[in-house]
Design a protein around this ligand. Structure first.
Ligand code: UDP
Length: 475
């Protein structure tokens, strides 16, 4: 039957929005290309991203979930904690990782009961067991780690050369890459921090696991960073498939609203506000799903937004770490003061819906790759405020290589601190001064759209990936 000839992929996500949002998009894209997809899920995850896929499933795409119970108690995790942003403390990250790893047996039982083994496992690179499982069942494992090829290459050359081990706190040039740019040791991700013993062991295992993977899918498109794609292909022996921007697989408004979590503002309210603003005038401000910025720093951000005199949307993430900021907003009458030109979203924003609107003129982002690339895909210039991990690489790519953004911190060399005046200046540079920046951002947005359309580079790479797996399955 058709069912039997159809390729079957298992997709294995992990719980953080920055990871599961794009990998669920990958599942959807695979299904659109005719692959049967089974997503390995857990109760909280099904609830969270179920809404994203309900529509895909209703529209007849061959996707389904298979849900396994999550062992909270066994690993000392509070009930319902399945993602880094749920954790009461980062110290529980290893426990969370171990809990995810414990799903291995259940999944293997499931595979054993299938009539035919799956043709491919597409797994988040942060989970280790799919490597073992793939070996055991002789299935190719394709990994996804949510980074650009630029970032992959930064990590690669730094790890290989070890230059960062012998530098002080001054900037140093990242060696052996197509562009010349500098970083500071404090801007490197924890995988390159020799002082973090437990993470080092973990990252060493990750490196081995990644090197053993059959290939890598990347949320990027070739025209964005061809030189880095070519370099990364050399590192990986060719099996690199850039299939993004993944965010562009959502075409209608309701899909954009439901992406990730339940939105804290209605589609209607959000669009009504945006519709009342002039084209290219609004700054959208969001620092992602996991970052925890000190209240004093968020207050500087708030004051900078206010003094910019531009309309803005500010997403204030819910949680214990923002209580003080919410108090400050109340006490100072901040919402009242800015109400004529500000929309404050408390909780989760429908980010794609917002970024797709013509009123948006700039995106002040923490430079998580998903957010950064969502902005790129929609032709929006960026105002960069990286906080940790690979976000500093993404800032370099945006500001110095692609030249479609302005860094908040470069305005005044204030180190890591956020200063309201720097926020204001960076916003002005993009909205008032940055004609070149805006033009280049628009052009990249067009290139991104072309890449995912039929015949575009990302579309063809998706076809190539599927053909490659088909060939593998026949041998
Ligand atoms: N996101 C969203 N609404 C929010 C905050 C985040 O939709 O209020 C989405 C955003 O569109 C992106 C993801 O969550 O797809 C965040 O991933 P990213 O890599 O940017 O940052 P992280 O949260 O992993 O630091």
């Amino acid at each position: 039957s058709n069912e039997h000839n159809q390729l079957h992929f298992l997709v294995v996500p992990i719980g953080s929005p920055g990871h599961y949002i794009p990998i669920i998009d990958i599942a959807k894209l695979l299904a659109q290309h005719g692959v049967r997809v089974t997503i390995i899920s857990t109760p909280v995850n099904t609830r969270r991203y179920g809404s994203v896929l309900d529509q895909a499933i209703q529209s007849g795409l061959p996707i389904r979930f298979i849900e396994f119970p999550f062992p909270y108690a066994e690993f000392g995790l509070p009930e319902g904690c399945e993602s880094v942003d749920d954790l009461p403390s980062y110290a529980l990250i290893p426990a969370l990782t171990n809990a995810y790893n414990s799903l291995q047996q259940e999944v293997e039982h499931y595979i054993e009961k299938l009539d035919r083994r799956p043709d491919c496992i597409v797994a988040d690179s942060f989970i280790l067991w799919p490597g073992d499982t793939a070996k055991k069942f002789q299935v190719p494992r394709v990994i996804f780690d949510g980074m650009s090829c630029f970032t992959q290459m930064c990590n690669h050359v730094l790890y290989q050369s070890k230059v960062y081990e012998n530098v002080g706190e001054d900037s140093f040039v990242v060696p052996g890459l197509p562009d010349r740019f500098e970083l500071k040791r404090s801007q490197l991700p924890s995988a390159l921090n020799p002082n973090l013993k437990y993470t080092n062991d973990f990252f060493e295992k990750l490196r081995v696991s990644e090197s053993e993977a059959y290939g890598v899918v990347v949320n990027s498109f070739e025209e964005l960073e061809q030189a880095y794609v070519d370099e990364f292909k050399k590192v990986r022996g060719g099996k690199v498939w850039c299939i993004g921007p993944l965010s562009l697989c959502h075409n209608d408004e309701s899909e954009k609203v439901q992406r990730g979590n339940k939105s804290s503002i209605s589609k209607h309210e959000c669009l009504e506000w945006l519709d009342s603003q002039e084209t290219g005038s609004v700054i959208y401000v969001c620092l992602g799903s996991v970052s925890r910025v000190e209240p004093e720093q968020l207050i500087e951000l708030a004051l900078g937004l206010e003094s910019s005199n531009k309309p803005f949307i500010w997403v204030i993430r819910a949680g214990p770490h923002t209580i003080k900021v919410e108090q400050w907003i109340d006490e100072q009458g901040y919402a009242e003061r800015t109400k004529d030109r500000a929309l404050l979203i408390h909780g989760w924003a429908p980010q794609l819906l917002v970024l797709s609107h013509h009123a948006i003129g700039g995106f002040l982002t923490h430079c998580g790759w998903n957010s950064t690339f969502e902005g790129v895909a929609l032709g929006v210039p960026l105002i960069t405020l990286p906080l940790f991990q690979e976000q500093f690489y993404n800032e370099k790519q945006v500001v110095q290589v692609l030249r479609i953004g302005v860094s908040v911190r470069d305005q005044n060399k204030s180190g890591m601190a956020i200063k309201s005046d720097d926020v204001k200046k960076a916003i002005e540079m993009v909205i008032e001064g940055g004609e070149d920046i805006r033009k280049r951002a628009k052009e990249l947005g067009k290139m991104a759209r072309n890449a995912v359309e039929e015949g575009g580079s990302s579309y063809r790479n998706m076809t190539r990936l599927i053909e490659d797996i088909k060939k593998y399955a026949r041998t």
